[in-house]
Design a protein around this ligand. Structure first.
Ligand code: UTP
Length: 295
């Protein structure tokens, strides 16, 4: 069994839910407390032992590339002013992993974004982490990508994260149909998937929040993929073929998940992660308590 050494992070969407903030900045570069959303995603991948990270970037990709590159003037100033802690943080970003940027020339859909990584990924199994989803595990617990990699290693099948959602939420997600009875306790085999169904159409309440490990066979399905729902090349259509032909497992996971590509999810991530931040947590908690008393 090949271990997972490559990850793809799609970050080329238009971010329309976050306009006008995303007109000239990719939403993945919006800060949550003091780090861009994308940085949390990269940290999760690295904690899972990923060595090569392929970032699929779109029109505004320079800010993403610059973030993972040297910044001579900044580094020189930090060194001269003795700000060694900050200098170390800045340097460590560059040395975290091999960051490879691939351009998706047009936002044709998530399936197309993943297909753009094929020349770099080749025929290895690989992880996909959506660039606008933050997953935080408890200290000492494996990250969601690690949890999927463990399932991939034991089952030999592509493995994707699933979480239970309410009937009013299914229209926002890809929803899986289990082969047989599914619970939130154990991984289960997927029969098929439906992209953003209505509550009536939904075959279960297990939704895909954006963490996947795929066998390279997914590229064969993506190669022939046609535009589907919303006229986009949908990843779920190719996952359906993967489920039918090679097999696909759905894995409930242990972690706190924030949909940081959505305004409410973004605000929740900022508040909750600020409450964990060593420099901010005490003052911020006091502030929130005072504020809550005024509401
Ligand atoms: P989303 O559907 O959340 O992103 O895609 P979006 O299209 O930017 O969102 P809205 O609805 O317009 O606000 C999930 C992830 O897939 C990437 C996005 O950048 C996001 O991280 N994506 C999506 C691509 O890289 N390319 C695409 O063509 C579509």
């Amino acid at each position: 069994m090949k271990s997972i050494k490559k990850a793809v992070i799609p970050a080329a969407g238009l971010g329309t839910r976050f306009l006008p903030a995303t007109k000239s900045t990719p939403k993945e570069m919006l800060p949550v407390v003091d780090k861009p959303i994308l940085f949390y995603v990269v940290e999760e991948a690295i904690a899972a032992g990923i060595e090569d990270i392929v970032i699929i970037a779109g029109r505004q990709k320079t800010s993403i590339e610059d973030f993972f590159d040297r910044s001579y003037e900044l580094e020189d100033t930090l060194e001269k002013t003795g700000k060694t802690d900050l200098l170390e943080t800045i340097n460590s970003i560059r040395n975290m992993a091999n960051i490879i940027s691939v351009r998706q020339k047009q936002a044709l859909g998530l399936g197309h974004a993943v297909y753009c990584s094929k020349p770099v990924v080749g025929d290895e199994p690989f992880a996909v982490l959506l660039g606008d989803e933050i997953m935080i595990s408890e200290k000492g617990d494996p990250t969601v990508t690690q949890q999927l990699a463990t399932n991939y290693d034991s089952s030999g099948l592509s493995s994707v994260a699933v979480m239970p959602v309410g009937a009013s939420q299914v229209h926002k997600y890809g929803i899986v149909k289990p082969k047989s009875g599914a619970t939130t306790e154990h991984a289960f085999e997927v029969e098929s998937l439906v992209e953003k169904p209505t509550a009536e159409e939904a075959p279960s309440h297990f939704a895909l929040p954006g963490r996947y490990i795929f066998d390279a066979q997914i590229f064969e399905h993506l190669k022939n993929a046609k535009p589907g729902k919303n006229n986009e090349i949908q990843l779920t259509d190719s996952m359906n073929l993967l489920a039918q032909n090679q097999g696909l497992m759905a894995c409930p996971f242990k972690a706190k998940r924030y949909d940081a590509g959505d305004k409410l999810g973004y605000l929740m991530a900022n508040v909750e992660l600020a409450l964990k931040h060593s420099e901010l947590k005490d003052e911020f908690r006091d502030y929130l308590k005072t504020l809550a008393g005024q509401l």
